[in-house]
Design a protein around this ligand. Structure first.
Ligand SMILES: *Cc1c(COP(=O)(O)O)cnc(C)c1O
Length: 433
């Protein structure tokens, strides 16, 4: 596969953009490659600047749940762009999007829109601290909550991909206010509350972890977090920037029957445009300015283009969407497992509705330390073989794959044919070493 134009564009980008990218994981560093520059997307298919065709399993990191260039979203954006792009004043669209979210997520009474997931979680933390008058935050290793100072310790996604445990540039006092514990480990959370019964403002968690690969919660984990936070008067934050409207109609919170105090959202609710949101009970949310004193603001927050796209997206999703996604993902993953087994390659696949991850190690994969057992050399080889056969997976062994409603059986079968070749290549690699 020739990628001369991508190569050229990357070289040029590197001269004036750090690393040539505007978000680190895009750089292909962890797979020892160079990023592909795309120019076209339609349904499950991407085309790069060199005219190569790929089946996409990144989906813009989650938002493209209908596939690329989904007509209702495109039309909504076009229609709105012809009317007005923004005022920095309220529009009805904001209320309409908030209503659509609140109808579906029973724990939210009031919602505020922001421009990214990072902003949503950062604001949720400030709200939790202001509401409880406490400082400490519990997060889980390998969970990623955006790149704000307090949430970067042992974070997933690009941090994990690039092997950066803690970012320079974060004041020690800020880093010290975050306690990082193992995902799926309630005992550790209990111990933290025993140690600091009066000081923990919030527990923030991805209810289904997606940024160290896909790791569903163990039975009782989320319920346990709910009980411990309630008992200790701390705020429970579900960061559903990735999983919101990705795993079920009512979100992970109805799937597991646990209601958080604050929910953060992003990705899908912007239909692919920049967006974020955080919401909760009126009691908590009314601490925010202009009602309360906790300050939070945004010039382009709730802008008409993002809200129009998000409204079109949510209106077209229904409970059947998630049945379809679960079926498609189940089919792909069980066939992949079968092919790997046939080639005696050790893999463990985790999945949740339209998300999945292939770990090149024995299971179960339940937390960050399990993820680190993955054979990254095998992943690399698998990744590049798939890529050269036109299958675009996330360029990191620590990210989730996303299936869209446009990935039909034919597309999945084409992917599986490529996987056969890729796994056969791994057998040779294993024999050679
Ligand atoms: C993507 C993501 C974020 C950050 O969102 P941005 O829009 O990239 O700032 C936060 N939390 C989770 C769970 C995410 O997946």
């Amino acid at each position: 596969m020739q990628r001369q134009k991508s190569k050229k564009l990357f070289a040029k980008a590197k001269e004036i953009i750090p690393g040539g990218v505007n978000s680190p994981v895009r750089a292909f560093k962890n797979v020892a490659g160079e990023p592909i520059f795309f120019q076209d997307g339609s349904g499950p298919i991407l085309q790069d600047v060199d005219g190569n065709r790929y089946i996409d399993y990144v989906g813009s990191w989650g938002p493209m749940i209908f596939g690329h260039s989904y007509k209702p979203v495109i039309k909504a954006i076009q229609k709105q762009a012809n009317i007005a792009i923004g005022f920095g004043a309220p529009t009805e669209l904001e209320t309409e999007l908030a209503e659509l979210v609140i109808e579906r997520l029973p724990s939210i009474e009031k919602l505020r829109l922001v421009n990214s997931g990072t902003e949503a979680t950062m604001s949720a933390i400030r709200l939790a601290r202001g509401h409880t008058n406490r400082d400490l935050i519990i997060k889980f290793a390998g969970c990623y909550h955006g790149h704000s100072d307090g949430l970067l310790s042992d974070a997933g996604s690009g941090m994990l991909t690039l092997g950066i445990p803690n970012s320079p540039g974060i004041p020690t006092q800020v880093a010290e206010s975050t306690l990082t514990l193992p995902f799926n480990d309630l005992t550790a959370v209990q111990q933290a509350f025993d140690l600091y019964p009066q000081d923990i403002a919030a527990v923030i968690v991805e209810p289904i972890a997606g940024n160290m690969g896909c790791i569903p919660p163990k039975e009782g984990f989320l319920q346990g977090l709910r009980e411990l936070t309630s008992t200790n008067k701390a705020v429970l934050i579900f960061d559903k920037v990735m999983t919101g409207f990705r795993v079920s109609w009512g979100g992970a919170q109805t799937l597991y029957d646990v209601k958080p105090d604050i929910t953060t959202l992003g990705k899908i609710i912007g239909g692919g445009l920049p967006v974020g949101a955080f919401g909760g009970s009126s009691e908590i949310m009314d601490n925010i300015a202009p009602v309360g004193e906790i300050y939070q603001a945004g010039t382009l927050s709730g802008n008409p283009l993002s809200t129009s796209a998000g409204i079109a997206m949510l209106k077209n999703l229904n409970s059947a969407s998630y049945v379809t996604l679960t079926e498609l993902t189940g089919y792909l993953c069980s066939e992949l497992q079968q092919i790997a087994d046939n080639h005696e390659i050790n893999i463990t696949i985790n999945r949740a509705c339209g998300m999945f991850s292939i770990f090149f190690s024995d299971g179960p994969i339940e937390q960050y330390s399990d993820v680190m057992k993955s054979d990254t050399a095998l992943f690399n080889s698998f990744f590049h073989s798939m890529l050269n056969q036109g299958i675009y997976l996330a360029p990191s062994p620590f990210e989730s794959g996303f299936i869209s409603l446009s990935h039909n059986k034919e597309i999945l079968k084409e992917t599986l044919r490529a996987a056969k070749t890729a796994f056969a290549g791994l057998v040779k690699l294993q024999k050679a070493t």
